[in-house]
Design a protein around this ligand. Sequence first.
Ligand code: 5GP
Length: 180
Amino acid sequence: MSEKVTFLDKTFVKYIPSSEIDAAIAKVAAEINEDYKNDDPILLITLNGAIVFAVDLMKYLDISCRISCVKVSSYCGTESTGKINSLIGLNEDVRGKRILILEDIVDTGATYGHLYQMLMEAGAKDIRMATMTMKPDAYKGTLPVHYVGLRIPNKFVVGRGLDYDGYGRNLNDIYQVVDS
Ligand code: 5GP
C-alpha cells in the first residue's frame, strides 16, 4: 500500500505498518484468552469501525464466546461531537453476563461511558473494554481501559476499520492525517 492516501479534502501518511498492528492484536488476544478462559463472555462489537478489529482479534481467540453488535456514532468528520447517537441498540439479554466491548479506538471515552451505562442498566455482570488503539492524551473517562493494542498521539487516523467520512476502513496499515 502507498505511503500517502487522500480521501476527500484530507491527506494521510502511513503511520503504523500492518505487521505492528497484527502483533499488538495477537498480544491483546493472548491476555483475553488468559483472563476469560473459565468464562463465556459476549464480545460486543461497536459498528462500523470495530468490525475489522473484531475479525482480526477472533482469529487468535480460543475461549468459548459469543458476539453481538451495537452501532453508535459520536464523530462528525475528524472531530468528536461528545454527543452519542445510538443507531442500533442492544439486541441481547446481557443480565448476569460478562461483556467485553470491542472498539477500534478509544478517544475521549464518551462512547465507552455511554455503552458502559447502557450495559450496567441492562444488568451485565462485568464490563471490560478491548480496543485496537487508544489516544491516552484525549481520554477524559474514569473507567479503566483493560486491553489496549496500540497507544497513539491525539491525531486523527484512518485504516483497519477507522474511517474518514466512510473512507479508509479497508486500509491494512494505519495512516495519520497531515495537518493542512
Ligand atoms: P470517543 O467516544 O472515545 O471520543 O470516540 C470513539 C469513536 O470516535 C471511535 O469509535 C471512532 O469512531 C471515533 N474516533 C475517535 N478518534 C478517531 C480517529 O483518530 N480516527 C477515526 N477514524 N475515528 C476516530
